[in-house]
Design a protein. Structure first.
Length: 278
């Protein structure tokens, strides 16, 4: 039995010149749920939950421009002849998660320095929300009929397929990545409750886990950003796997490094600045 998915279109409803799109609705839902979860996890780890709404603003301001510029840089052939304002035309589509991760990481670092909070602890409280948001957001690609995979032969045994408006059936790579991200979210959330891991561990695990799935799924897509014959997302995924492993190793070393005059329980939190009074 084959389950065939077919998008009903990108618009939820229209009212005159105004319209609500599925992509925007899903991103908004992901942000609300992610914020609530991050506040909860921050309270569990001794961070001020009230800092999370402010951090969300920093992350949006930091990640959205970089997500767009990253995409435009690797699609420059489409934009170099102008008009220039198309570079800013987010409503026409075109952002990249890896660009968002770069900009968001920089914003997180600056926020942590500004408020004298631990970057690693903040990151660990955010990555479950990030995975959840990615899992939800990929369904926006479904409604937009984008981020799909290679065309399937008519006799394909694949049990779930995506049918495009032209009638062809393709790999539903948006679904693959959504399920992968939901699975990663479950693992990160389980570990957040199960064990008090050294700060930075969940961040490293997210980088490794997401990148493994993205590397595989990217090989099935037909709309990859390219650098010559290289799929950019696959190259970046390999890099992030290395970074994630290094982050986990460093987190473990920080937690086990002896500090003179401190007990073992104090050593665990030695690298975490006290929360700033708000």
């Amino acid at each position: 039995m084959t389950l065939v998915l077919q998008s009903p279109g990108p618009v939820v409803f229209s009212w005159g010149p105004l319209s609500l799109r599925w992509y925007g609705l899903l991103i908004g839902l992901a942000m609300v749920l992610g914020l609530l979860l991050a506040r909860h996890l921050a309270a569990r780890r001794g961070l001020p939950p009230s800092s999370m709404p402010d951090l969300l603003v920093w992350l949006v301001v930091g990640s959205l421009p970089l997500a767009r510029l990253y995409y435009v840089a690797f699609e420059w052939e489409r934009y170099r002849d102008g008009p220039w304002w198309q570079v800013l035309a987010l409503w026409q589509g075109g952002i990249a998660i890896h660009g968002a991760l770069i900009g968001g990481s920089a914003a997180l670092y600056l926020f942590a320095r500004r408020h004298r909070l631990s970057f690693w602890l903040l990151a660990d409280c955010l990555v479950p929300s990030l995975s959840l948001g990615q899992g939800i957001g990929r369904w926006g690609n479904f409604f937009n009929n984008e981020a799909y995979g290679k065309v399937l032969p008519p006799d394909s045994p694949l049990w779930v397929q995506l049918q495009l408006p032209d009638g062809s059936r393709v790999h539903p790579t948006f679904l693959y990545e959504s399920l992968w991200n939901f699975g990663l979210f479950g693992l990160l959330l389980f570990l957040s409750y199960r064990r008090q891991l050294p700060p930075g561990t969940l961040l490293g695990l997210y980088l490794v886990g997401y990148s493994l799935g993205r590397f595989w799924i990217e090989g099935l897509r037909t709309d990859s950003l390219m650098l010559g014959s290289l799929r950019v997302a696959q190259g970046v995924s390999l890099l992030l796997i290395g970074v994630g492993l290094a982050v986990m190793v460093m987190a473990q070393r920080r937690s086990s490094a002896p500090l003179s005059g401190m007990s073992s329980s104090q050593n665990f939190s030695a690298g975490i600045p006290a929360p700033k009074e708000l």
